[in-house]
Ligand binder design. Structure first.
Ligand SMILES: *[C@@H]1O[C@H](CO)[C@@H](O)[C@H](O)[C@H]1NC(C)=O
Ligand SMILES: *[C@@H]1O[C@H](CO)[C@@H](O)[C@H](O)[C@H]1NC(C)=O
Ligand SMILES: *[C@@H]1O[C@H](CO)[C@@H](O)[C@H](O)[C@H]1NC(C)=O
Ligand SMILES: *[C@@H]1O[C@H](CO)[C@@H](O)[C@H](O)[C@H]1NC(C)=O
Ligand SMILES: *[C@@H]1O[C@H](CO)[C@@H](O)[C@H](O)[C@H]1NC(C)=O
Ligand SMILES: *[C@@H]1O[C@H](CO)[C@@H](O)[C@H](O)[C@H]1NC(C)=O
Length: 448
């Protein structure tokens, strides 16, 4: 009964700590064989029953994990220290835990780990060392961890990692180095990681990515997250047949070369938000036939052309300086975000290039509310519009809600509805027909 209540309380409080142990609930059976020590526990070793295979020290007042602390508990498969004031781990602290599969030391005051801290933990599969105060790691630290699948070192203060540190990690699938103080990564630091699928190095100070990451040496890589660094240039000849997700947001990539992503044919998600991009080569995404999600928001793009991406479902162009958008042949596009640009109109022909559009943001633009906006008004009733666009001109409609305009308001008698309104969203094919003449045809189009 006690553990039942404790586990429930614990799992609730752990959510705030974002701990990987948050799933510790009775219903999932994870507390069976688990002993939990809370803040009144001050010393190690602890007495454990022979059935205990998992032990959690949650906010326990343990300052040092001393040598031999687990000498008599060789059966343990999972050991976690979470939110403890631990500052010191002695060499040999986990010695003898030859069955250990998961070790977590997070939200503690640990700054350094002895070189032999994880020696002999040859069964270890998951090592979580996040949210500590680790400043450096020694080259030997992970030696012999040949079954390690997941290594989480995020949210520490690691400034550099010695060459060879990850050499023996032949099973590693996930490496998280996010939110540290890395300014560069050694050229061959990750060379041995043949099985690596997810590499996360967001929130550091890198100026580029290692060539082995970008250049396809790690053939199983599926996701690279390098958001929030200082990347200005990427190595040439990027390629990787499996890469599906690439996050390069909040860097300093002001230019994107034509062939920059051409070597990543499996890419499904590409995010380049907040980079100061001012120009995009119109062919830069041409080879990305599987691309579904493209985020170019918060840049300085003035004109953008996106065409022929058959699988693209979401395109985010918010917060740029777009006056002119060319869209052609985007049959799967469902969500189009255009808010906070300087668009004045959207042509009728553009809509025909996006027959599956269902959600749209349009606010914060300079909409010119004349007859040419009629197709927007008639169509958007069938979409979810996530904001409230207002007219910028003509003067008589300034600040009026675009979407509630009627035909009479937008097309006062005597105006030529086909008259060009300058900058616009255009489809590359055809001219802009008079929207009034198209009304009956539009009703036949379906937007889902
Ligand atoms: C710690 O507190 C729990 C109840 O909160 C109690 O059952 C346990 O005996 C205490 N342990 C020590 C070492 O005082
Ligand atoms: C880490 O040490 C500082 C003081 O040095 C203390 O205030 C803080 O509570 C400690 N962290 C934990 C998780 O106990
Ligand atoms: C890596 O760490 C960052 C920072 O804590 C976190 O946001 C991200 O979800 C982690 N990535 C993975 C794949 O766990
Ligand atoms: C894409 O851009 C929006 C801002 O419009 C942002 O909120 C979102 O998190 C971005 N997506 C990614 C994957 O970074
Ligand atoms: C797009 O921008 C370039 C310069 O950045 C300019 O030469 C070109 O005329 C623009 N195209 C349109 C349609 O505005
Ligand atoms: C969409 O992606 C699939 C694979 O996921 C691919 O076979 C197909 O050719 C792509 N469609 C287009 C129109 O490019």
């Amino acid at each position: 009964m006690f553990w039942e209540v404790f586990c429930a309380v614990l799992s609730a409080s752990l959510v705030h700590l974002q701990s990987s142990a948050q799933s510790c609930t009775m219903s999932q059976g994870l507390c069976v064989g688990t002993e939990v020590f809370s803040s009144n526990q001050t010393i190690l070793p602890v007495q454990l029953s022979a059935e205990t295979t998992k032990v959690l020290f949650f906010t326990s007042q343990i300052h040092t994990i001393s040598k031999g602390a687990f000498m008599n508990t060789m059966q343990l498969e999972r050991v976690e220290f979470i939110g403890t004031p631990t500052a010191n781990i002695e060499d040999g602290a986990f010695q003898s835990l030859s069955r250990l599969k998961v070790l977590e030391i997070s939200s503690t005051n640990v700054t350094l780990l002895p070189p032999d801290a994880f020696k002999d933990l040859s069964k270890l599969e998951v090592l979580v060392l996040k949210q500590n105060k680790i400043t450096s790691i020694t080259k030997e630290l992970f030696d012999g961890l040949r079954n390690l699948r997941e290594l989480q070192l995020q949210h520490n203060s690691i400034g550099s990692i010695p060459e060879g540190t990850f050499n023996g990690l032949e099973s590693l699938q996930m490496l998280n180095l996010s939110r540290n103080k890395l300014t560069s990564l050694q050229a061959s630091l990750l060379s041995g990681l043949r099985r690596l699928q997810i590499f996360s190095v967001s929130g550091n100070q890198l100026q580029t990515l290692p060539e082995e990451i970008w250049g396809g040496e790690l053939t199983n890589l599926e996701e690279i997250n390098a958001q929030g660094n200082k990347i200005r240039v990427l190595p040439p000849d990027g390629h990787n047949l499996k890469l599906e997700k690439l996050f390069l947001d909040s860097n300093h990539l002001s230019k994107v070369e034509e062939d920059m992503f051409a070597g990543f044919p499996s890419l499904k998600t590409l995010s380049l938000q907040s980079n100061g991009l001012s120009h995009l080569n119109p062919r830069v995404f041409n080879k990305l036939t599987q691309l579904r999600d493209l985020n170019l928001s918060h840049n300085r793009l003035a004109n953008v052309s996106v065409s022929g991406l058959g699988n693209l479902t979401s395109l985010n162009l918010e917060n740029n300086r777009i006056r002119s958008l060319e869209v052609t042949n985007l049959p799967s596009l469902h969500t189009l975000r255009l808010a906070d640009n300087v668009l004045t109109t959207i042509s009728g022909a553009a809509w025909d290039q996006m027959p599956n559009l269902g959600a749209l943001s349009l606010g914060g633009n300079a909409w010119h509310c004349d007859c040419s906006l009629m197709p927007v008004v008639t169509r958007v009733l069938r979409f979810t519009v996530t904001d409230r666009p207002t007219c910028d001109s003509p003067q008589r409609l300034k600040d009026e809600d675009v979407l509630t305009q009627t035909e009479e308001m937008l097309c006062p008698a005597g105006r030529d509805p086909t008259q060009s309104t300058g900058d616009s969203i255009a489809a590359t094919t055809g001219t802009v027909p008079c929207p009034l003449a198209r009304t009956s045809q539009e009703k036949l189009l379906t937007f889902t």
